[in-house]
Design a binder for this molecule. Structure first.
Ligand SMILES: *[C@@H]1O[C@H](CO)[C@@H](O)[C@H](O)[C@H]1NC(C)=O
Ligand SMILES: *[C@@H]1O[C@H](CO)[C@@H](O)[C@H](O)[C@H]1NC(C)=O
Length: 250
């Protein structure tokens, strides 16, 4: 009996630990509001048109539950290497594979979500689960959206991403669900830089919960240049169109 009680007690403790340690990730990287005059993050408020790399869209797991899925979407960087996009090996808490694939398109479609698309200069919105960290007594460090303005042949390291910050979003911008601070949906919007030329870019979502405790998600964005906008990206010329970029990786 004593044994059984302690088993139950440790199971309960393990559950508490899991809940306390659950942290966030980008659940949707192109969230489109059903009614732009009523922006929101609940399933009834919009639809998801683009996902992070290798995002398991058919998992059947409820919103905010993919930290308990295998592989977990929740990736905590190790401060010895700060691998920017989870490789499923490194990290205080390794996540799913979110490194750049070859070709880039391999991380999308089928069992994975669609790759995000945008026109240079347009607004895009990203959604994430609160994971109990949007409560009043929690720190509120912003989510950084990092996006190098060059078309790259490989992902930058963390310094490269951090020096390419384009927006800081309010982590606690949520539609609070009474009694379920874990699955409460949150999100924010940013402008894709207007001076990009057509091509595929990488974006990182990065959030610091506590000092030096960072979580990231990574995705690729197919950008179409604005009509008549000067081309400033990379100096790689026209060979870096979306299609050329995808083809060159084959
Ligand atoms: C990150 O990448 C830049 C550019 O390639 C390089 O100069 C720098 O040394 C790298 N930093 C680290 C910590 O590896
Ligand atoms: C690049 O595209 C522009 C506009 O489409 C075109 O005028 C130019 O000739 C192209 N340059 C090369 C090197 O293909």
């Amino acid at each position: 009996m004593l044994f059984r009680t302690s088993v139950i007690a440790s199971a309960a403790l393990a559950l508490v630990a899991t809940m306390v340690e659950a942290h966030s990730w980008a659940d949707c990287v192109d969230w489109q509001f059903n009614d732009p005059s009523k922006p929101g993050w609940r399933a009834s408020d919009g639809v998801c048109k683009g996902y992070a790399r290798q995002y398991p869209v058919n998992s059947g797991v409820q919103f905010g539950g993919l930290d308990s899925y295998s592989p977990s979407r929740h990736y905590q960087q190790n401060k010895d290497d700060f691998i920017p996009c989870s490789d499923h090996i490194h990290g205080v808490e390794p996540g799913a594979i979110e490194t750049r694939q070859n070709p880039i398109s391999k991380a999308y479609g089928g069992r994975f979500g669609a790759m995000a698309k945008a026109t240079a200069g347009q607004k895009m919105c990203v959604r994430w689960p609160a994971k109990n960290h949007a409560k009043p007594n929690e720190p509120n460090n912003p989510v950084w959206i990092n996006m190098p303005k060059q078309i790259l042949t490989k992902d930058p390291n963390q310094s490269g991403f951090s020096s390419a910050n384009i927006a800081k979003l309010n982590y606690k911008n949520c539609n609070q669900i009474d009694g379920d601070t874990d699955h409460t949906p949150c999100g924010g919007c940013f402008d894709v830089p207007a001076d990009l030329s057509t091509g595929t870019y990488v974006i990182q979502w990065r959030w610091m919960l506590n000092q030096d405790e960072y979580y990231t998600s990574c995705w690729d964005l197919q950008v179409t240049a604005k009509n008549g906008a000067p081309s400033t990206a990379g100096g790689l010329g026209n060979s870096t169109s979306v299609f050329a970029d995808l083809a060159e990786d084959n």
